[in-house]
Design a protein around this ligand. Structure first.
Ligand SMILES: Nc1nc2c(c(=O)[nH]1)N[C@H]1C(S)=C(S)[C@@H](COP(=O)(O)O)O[C@H]1N2
Ligand SMILES: [Mo]
Length: 370
């Protein structure tokens, strides 16, 4: 199905290397940033992110879908291929899960040189309550063949990426696809999915970076071989160059973020606040692992103190942290870092990879205390 575009028909961006090497964004990065919103960091105050400020990432265009004509095709290596209407899916056993989603490219614009793509700083994050039916039930009803190895998910959206014309497609190994928490979701925060979040139906894979959660689902195909589509092999890999395949990007790495305290300077976003007792707060998450510890630094990461942890919003969602800080007059950089239940701690400096994936370096917030 993938088709190469003939020759070099699209214009070159920057020096053509695919990377930006200074602090100036290219217009193409701005164009993507305006289409794909991030969550303003003060949104960390909500246990469940209001849908309108949940981050958004759409590679191509939001497709137009007539839900009455729409069907989900389930085929490939199954005993009984299915063609399900939205009502068929809504009538199946339902489940609502609070899930923290993060884009694999979150933090990309902090790396140097940075890949020219969606230039996230740290705001590609959100936690919503997703309602749907477990994928497992649908796969079991279709009946997986014994040779089944992967499940391929195809969206309705089409575009050109890396000179390849494609629909957005991602696969999961059968064992991952059959996990209890994997949903075919038709509601977000109690309402039908909005167009940009995958209406009428999306996949939701808790614990994985967002690219796994295919929106605008069109078909699900069970295969006997690993799927080698563009979104599996050419992007979403931890590699040092385009020639290197690298390891696939999968689960979300541990991260904590803070609600920037005080008030912002409009242009620099540097925070202004009064000396004295300040309650710092934020959220922390760790993909499929638990958050074991959150620490705060008021001196740019030289010394750290433990924050207090709240309960996770759900087994698949972030938890709150709080820290009482005695702010002294002057300028400083606040930092927060989390450790997961396997002992992984957020790095001060990120190890570089060419796609700018999996960045979980420590957040830094400049403040001026009066
Ligand atoms: N069909 C399709 N599914 C997709 C995408 C896309 O562009 N097309 N983007 C993926 C990426 S990279 C992310 S991070 C999440 C974002 O989901 P959200 O926009 O609902 O936050 O959707 C994923 N699913
Ligand atoms: Mo993403």
């Amino acid at each position: 199905m993938d088709r190469k575009t003939p020759g070099r028909r699209f214009r070159t961006i920057g020096d053509g290397s695919g990377f930006g090497r200074d602090d100036t964004l290219y217009p193409e990065e701005l164009q993507l940033a305006l289409r794909n919103r991030g969550m303003p960091l003060e949104g960390l105050r909500y246990r469940i992110t209001p849908s309108g400020i949940h981050y958004l990432l759409v590679h191509y265009d939001i497709p137009e879908v007539d839900a009455n004509a729409w069907r989900l095709a389930v085929g490939g290596l199954v005993a009984t291929p299915l063609h399900l209407t939205l009502d068929d899916i809504r009538q199946r056993p339902g489940r609502t899960l609070a899930v923290t989603m993060e884009c694999a490219g979150n933090g990309r614009a902090l790396s140097s040189p940075r890949r020219i793509s969606q230039p996230w700083l740290v705001e590609a994050i959100g936690t919503a309550e997703w309602t749907g039916t477990p994928l497992r039930g649908v796969l079991e009803e279709a009946g997986l063949a014994r040779q089944a190895v992967e499940v391929v998910f195809t969206g309705l959206d089409e575009g050109v990426e890396g000179n390849v014309v494609q629909r957005y497609q991602r696969s999961l190994a059968v064992g991952e696809a059959l996990r209890d928490e994997v949903l075919l979701a038709y509601e977000m925060n109690g309402l039908p999915l909005e167009p940009q979040h995958g209406y009428p139906l999306r996949l939701l894979v808790p614990g994985w970076y967002g690219m796994a959660s295919v929106k605008w689902l069109d078909r699900i195909e069970v295969t006997a071989e690993p799927f080698h589509g563009f979104q599996m092999m050419r992007v979403y890999r931890y590699a040092q160059s385009a020639d290197e395949l690298g390891e696939p990007v999968t689960l979300i790495r541990v991260r904590a973020l803070m609600i920037p305290p005080g008030i912002p300077d409009f242009m620099t976003r540097t925070r202004l606040l009064r000396a004295g007792r300040v309650m710092l707060a934020g959220r922390a998450w760790a993909g499929r692992l638990a958050v074991a510890r959150v620490e705060v630094s008021a001196d740019g990461g030289a010394t750290w103190s433990d924050a207090r942890l709240g309960d996770p919003v759900s087994p698949h969602a972030w938890r709150e942290w709080t820290f009482e800080w005695d702010a002294q007059p002057g300028s400083c950089t606040l930092c927060v870092r989390a450790t997961d239940s396997a002992g992984n701690v957020q790095p001060a400096e990120q190890e570089w990879n060419s796609g700018g994936y999996g960045n979980n370096s420590v957040q830094r917030v400049d403040v001026i205390v009066e």
